[in-house]
Design a binder for this molecule. Structure first.
Ligand SMILES: Nc1ncnc2c1ncn2[C@@H]1O[C@H](COP(=O)(O)OP(=O)(O)OP(=O)(O)O)[C@@H](O)[C@H]1O
Ligand SMILES: [Mg+2]
Length: 301
């Protein structure tokens, strides 16, 4: 098969591994920087130019669109879809996953377990927001934060009030969430492909920290999932419409709760922690499922 990996950087571990796995399985793999693609939307026949050449003959794309290039990156994925090329994750599903509020609303609607969460842009009633998640301790999250930045634990009611008021003053978008203390600084990353969790790892925060992000000194190891955790992860990915997803779960007293669904989950941490060929499994999924004009949403919605 002729497969395009949409990635800005061919040196990234995930990009490299996907290319390697594709070639190993006999495919013609091209790494394409979406920001260097020119989209022809004016004509009857949708096309994409890359380095002044028209891209033709592709049967599948594997999008690895970073958060910082979501807008243009998704336009490129959408264009491939309009050309009838199969995309491992559809543009609409990736778009959903990039909007934290929308994601949590969709997950809530389909009954996926979530931490009690309240949203606010500029609330006048801080008390109500704090009550909504059951009071302190609680977690306040800036919506545009990643790698644990902008995630604050407020231990007391007073602290919660101060943090919320400060964020409000900055006119920031944030959410307020029940603090899952019993997770004890750990979360679980479930790597979902299709209807299966193919690999999972537990990330443990370093001593004295509640955020398990590897960038904040957390460590990852193998973990055995309960059937409920498995089904929660699969259901979360399915709700978002993602064939491939990294579903982050906290172990709470009231069962597994989903914190986030990532549409471009990294391969490095999970392959290292589990010793599994996750890249190979992704390529196999593409082989089984890629058909022309299979995109369910065709870039709509
Ligand atoms: N409600 C919560 N209760 C307990 N711990 C939490 C809660 N929310 C987040 N954490 C911890 O903080 C870490 C960072 O939170 P989160 O994943 O929401 O933000 P982020 O990593 O900055 O964002 P993103 O995952 O979008 O890059 C989580 O991995 C988890 O260990
Ligand atoms: Mg996170």
């Amino acid at each position: 098969m002729k497969i395009a990996i949409l990635s800005r950087n061919r040196k990234l571990y995930s990009t490299r591994r996907l290319a390697e796995a594709g070639v190993q399985r006999g495919h013609d793999v091209h790494i394409i920087d979406p920001l260097r693609c020119t989209i022809d939307i004016a004509s009857q026949r949708p096309t994409i130019q890359f380095k002044k050449q028209e891209l033709t003959g592709f049967e599948a794309v594997i999008p690895r669109i970073g958060a910082s290039i979501t807008y243009y990156g998704l336009a490129v994925v959408r264009q491939f879809e309009m050309m009838g090329v199969y995309s491992l994750n559809e543009s609409v599903a990736i778009g959903r996953s990039r909007d934290k509020l929308r994601s949590l609303q969709l997950l809530a609607r389909s009954g996926v377990g979530l931490p009690l969460t309240g949203f606010a842009h500029s609330v006048d009633d801080t008390d109500a927001l704090i009550e909504m998640v059951g009071g302190a301790p609680l977690v306040v999250k800036l919506l545009e934060g990643t790698q644990g930045r902008g995630v604050v634990l407020a231990e007391t009611y007073k602290a919660a009030e101060s943090v919320i008021d400060a964020f409000r003053e900055l006119d920031a978008n944030f959410l307020v969430q029940e603090f899952i203390r019993e997770a004890a600084g750990a979360d679980i990353r479930c790597f979902v492909i299709g209807e299966k969790v193919v690999a999972s790892m537990k990330r443990q925060a370093k001593e004295g920290e509640f955020r398990s992000n590897l960038h904040r000194g957390g460590s990852a190891r193998l973990v055995k999932l309960t059937p409920e955790e498995r089904s929660t992860a699969v259901r979360a990915a399915k709700t978002m419409g993602l064939n491939v997803a990294g579903v982050d779960i906290l172990r709470s007293n009231h069962g597994p709760v989903v914190m986030e669904v990532n549409s471009s989950p990294g391969l490095e941490g999970i392959e290292a922690a589990t010793n599994k060929d996750v890249a190979g499994q992704l390529v196999q999924f593409v082989e089984k499922n890629a058909k022309p004009y299979k995109t369910r949403t065709r870039g709509k919605g």
